[in-house]
Structure formats: structure tokens, C-alpha cells
Ligand binder design. Structure first.
Ligand code: HEC
Ligand code: HEC
Ligand code: HEC
Ligand code: HEC
Ligand code: HEC
Length: 264
């Protein structure tokens, strides 16, 4: 490269960097810069607010379900059984809206994008052959399904609850009321940054379908979540065999003291 050329490329680079700075002030950052924005990665993502994510992903909230499927089925006539329960409000909504903005979601929960999204690695292909040294490799968009299991697992083992059978068949004998027992048992509950514990207790008192909704009523899995077992007033000294390997505190990511540090 001769001298003139070098000089020219310097000018071009300078001009480019000037336009980028001008761009940043007036327009959203370009695609690749947004894709690789530190907000998608740990540690920045751990303290990201919904507003931050929505500044680029507003479509997540705005998007609507189709009124009619490509095959001609009207969405309003395609209800799943859980959508016929008293706890389900309004017409069909998208997955994201059902966790962030619908009536029930807003009342009972306080979910953030980062409750489910813990890091967005834009890589689309896993290492082939699989490399065990790289177990934390996540693919684009992946969300840990254990998060979902907390609210979409099976009803916990009824025998441990002292119930004669699954809630589906035992509920009538117990006045469809979880609080008959849970006013005194496992009373330290829901103290996590993605739930509204007071609202849950108030709604659960009126209608135990609210409780059942997250503990078997919207079951997408065959297993039940191994909940942490917080101590409660009046708890027996002996830990039952099944509970010996249970944590006694919520996942640290969800503990409320963390919210105070990380949220805004
Ligand atoms: C500066 C803008 C910007 C911000 C802020 C941002 N994103 Fe993104 N995000 C992007 C872009 C651009 C892509 C790539 C989209 C594509 O390729 O279709 C992306 C991709 C994603 C994807 C994968 C989508 C897909 O279709 O593969 C997820 C999930 C995601 N972002 C979640 C988040 C979350 C959660 C936050 C907040 C912690 C966030 N993003 C903040 C711009 C942003
Ligand atoms: C209840 C858990 C949950 C919450 C809360 C959540 N997401 Fe998602 N999100 C998911 C799942 C699951 C997917 C689909 C992943 C897949 O396709 O593999 C997804 C997909 C996405 C995508 C990819 C585009 C698409 O529609 O498939 C983007 C972008 C995204 N989420 C952004 C957000 C933002 C921004 C927020 C907060 C305003 C948010 N999400 C809150 C679970 C969640
Ligand atoms: C903190 C509890 C909680 C977590 C965690 C959670 N959900 Fe949900 N989910 C709910 C509640 C409550 C509703 C019902 C909301 C309503 O009716 O407005 C729901 C509704 C749904 C629906 C039905 C949407 C519809 O319109 O019929 C699907 C599907 C779903 N969740 C999947 C998931 C997946 C996948 C995850 C994990 C990425 C997840 N959920 C995590 C509580 C949760
Ligand atoms: C007959 C009394 C009784 C009724 C009714 C009852 N439970 Fe329980 N439940 C228990 C007992 C006892 C335990 C276990 C206590 C322990 O940890 O030693 C338990 C444990 C649980 C657990 C924790 C499970 C785990 O694996 O850690 C959840 C969640 C739960 N119950 C939800 C409910 C819901 C929701 C309802 C109503 C739909 C309900 N229970 C009705 C007595 C009851
Ligand atoms: C919006 C979803 C949701 C609703 C509604 C809900 N729960 Fe839960 N419940 C959860 C989640 C998530 C956890 C685990 C929280 C954690 O990790 O500490 C949990 C934990 C529990 C536990 C274990 C407590 C412990 O930490 O030892 C019991 C018992 C329980 N719930 C009973 C109930 C009862 C009774 C009701 C109704 C009054 C109810 N739940 C309503 C989502 C829900």
C-alpha cells in the first residue's frame, strides 16, 4: 500500500467512526452491535430491566395471535381445557403476554424478561461432536425449562400431603380448599422476586383453583418441581426421608434481597 492510500484509508476510517457516533445519537444501534450488545450476556443481563430489553424487543408485547389459523380454524373456537377455567381471562393471547401483561399474570406475578432469559448466545450451532468440556454452551434463544417446571409441573405427590388421591379426585372431600392444610403447613412460601406473595394468598383464599393453577392445573410436565422446603412455625423437627436433599431456600437468583440490588 502506498502512502496516499494509507492516508486515504485513515480518512475513510475517521469518517466512518464519525457517522457511527452520529448514528448512536439519532437511531437505534445497528443489527450486529445490538445482537452482540453486552445486555444479552452475563453479567450485564443479570441486572437488565424489562424496559431495557423492550427498548429493542417491544414486538414481544405488541404481537397478537392470529384470529384464524392458516388452516382456517378460528382461534376463539380452539380453546384448550385450561382456557375454560374460571382463572383464565380474556381472549387468546401470546405466550409472552400471558406471563407479562394479562390480568392474572399482573396480579399474581412480577416476571421479568430475565426470570426466563438468562443469556442470549447468538450461536445457532452446537459443537459437533458434543464436547463435555463445554456443557454451559447454550443455543440461540434457549431458556432453561426448569424455570417453567416451577409453575407448570404435576401436582406434588399426594401421599406426602396426606391426601387419599390426586387433587383431581380428592378436591371435593377437601372443599376444594388447599388452605385447609396450607394455613398451617409450609406457610413460608412464594418469597421470590417473580411472584406477588400477598396477592397469591388473597386470591388463593377465594379460589383454590388459583393455587392449583401453578401446582398441577397448568401441567405441561409429567414430573413435579422439587420445591425448596423453607422452615415454617410448627414444623416437625425430623426431616422426612423424601425431603432430605431438598434445598431450604429459594434459588439465589430469585431471592428477594437480590431484587433490591439488581432492579433499577
Ligand atoms: C440494543 C438492542 C437490544 C437490546 C437492548 C436487547 N436485544 Fe435481544 N436482540 C437484539 C437483536 C438485534 C437480536 C437479533 C434478532 C434476530 O437475529 O432476529 C436479538 C436477539 C434476542 C433473542 C433471540 C431472538 C431470536 O429470534 O433468535 C432473545 C431471546 C433476546 N434478544 C432477548 C433479549 C433480552 C431478554 C434482553 C434484555 C436483557 C434483550 N434481548 C435486549 C437486540 C437487542
Ligand atoms: C415465562 C418465561 C419468559 C419470559 C418472562 C420472557 N420470555 Fe422471551 N421467550 C421465552 C421462551 C420460552 C421463548 C422461546 C424460545 C425458543 O423458541 O426456543 C422466548 C422467545 C423470545 C424471543 C425470540 C422471539 C420469539 O418470539 O420467539 C425474544 C426476542 C424474547 N423472548 C424476548 C423477551 C423479552 C424482551 C422479555 C421481557 C419483556 C421476555 N422475552 C420475557 C420465555 C420467556
Ligand atoms: C411463576 C409461574 C410461571 C412460570 C415460571 C411460567 N409460567 Fe407459564 N403460565 C403461568 C400462569 C399463571 C399462566 C396463565 C396466565 C393467564 O391465564 O393469564 C401461564 C400460562 C402459560 C401458557 C398458556 C398460554 C395460553 O395463552 O394459553 C403456556 C403455554 C405457558 N404458560 C408456558 C410456559 C413456559 C414454556 C414457561 C417457561 C419458559 C413458563 N410458562 C413459565 C405461570 C408461569
Ligand atoms: C390434607 C392437607 C393438604 C391439602 C388439602 C393440600 N396440601 Fe399441599 N401439602 C400438604 C403437606 C402435609 C405437604 C408436605 C409438607 C412437608 O413438607 O412436610 C404439602 C406440600 C405441598 C407442596 C410442596 C411439595 C413439595 O414437593 O415440596 C405444594 C406445592 C403444595 N403442597 C401445594 C398444594 C396445593 C396447591 C393444594 C391445593 C390444590 C394443596 N397443596 C392441598 C398438605 C396438604
Ligand atoms: C403464579 C404461580 C403460583 C401460584 C398461584 C401459587 N404458587 Fe405456590 N409456588 C409457586 C412457585 C414458583 C413456588 C416456588 C418458589 C420458590 O422457589 O421459593 C411455589 C412454592 C409453593 C410451596 C412450597 C413452599 C416452600 O418454599 O416450602 C407451597 C406449599 C405452595 N407453593 C403452595 C401454594 C398454595 C397453597 C397456593 C395458593 C394459596 C399457591 N402455592 C399458589 C408458584 C405458585
Amino acid at each position: 500500500m502506498n502512502r496516499h492510500c494509507q492516508y486515504l484509508s485513515l480518512v475513510v476510517m475517521l469518517l466512518c467512526s464519525m457517522t457511527i457516533t452520529a448514528d448512536q445519537k439519532t437511531q437505534p444501534a445497528d443489527y450486529y452491535r445490538s445482537l452482540w450488545d453486552s445486555v444479552h450476556f452475563s453479567p450485564t443481563i443479570n441486572s437488565a430491566t424489562n424496559e431495557q430489553c423492550l427498548s429493542c424487543h417491544q414486538e414481544i408485547i405488541n404481537r397478537k395471535v392470529r384470529a384464524i389459523s392458516p388452516a382456517g380454524v378460528k382461534s376463539e373456537s380452539a380453546l384448550a381445557w385450561y382456557q375454560t377455567l374460571t382463572t383464565y381471562n380474556g381472549s387468546q393471547e401470546t405466550f409472552h403476554r400471558r406471563h407479562l401483561v394479562t390480568l392474572l399474570a399482573k396480579k399474581l406475578m412480577n416476571m421479568k424478561c430475565t426470570t426466563c432469559h438468562q443469556g442470549e448466545n447468538p450461536r445457532e450451532e452446537a459443537v459437533i461432536p458434543p464436547d463435555t468440556a463445554n456443557r454451559h454452551f447454550t443455543l440461540r434463544k434457549s431458556v432453561n425449562p426448569e424455570v417453567c417446571l416451577m409453575c407448570h409441573g404435576a401436582f406434588p405427590d399426594y401421599k406426602r400431603m396426606g391426601l387419599p388421591s390426586h387433587w383431581n379426585t380428592a378436591r371435593d372431600a377437601f372443599q376444594n380448599n388447599c388452605l385447609l392444610c396450607h394455613n398451617g403447613v409450609r406457610t413460608h412460601r412464594h418469597q421470590v422476586n417473580f411472584l406477588n406473595p400477598e396477592a397469591i394468598e388473597a386470591s388463593g383464599k377465594e379460589n383454590s383453583d388459583v393455587c392449583f393453577g401453578c401446582h398441577g392445573g397448568r401441567q405441561w410436565y409429567r414430573i413435579s418441581y422439587p420445591y425448596p422446603r423453607h422452615s415454617w412455625p410448627g414444623m416437625a423437627r425430623e426431616t422426612p426421608e423424601w425431603a432430605k436433599d431438598r434445598p431450604t431456600e429459594s434459588n439465589s437468583r430469585f431471592q428477594i434481597k437480590q431484587r433490591k440490588i439488581s432492579n433499577k
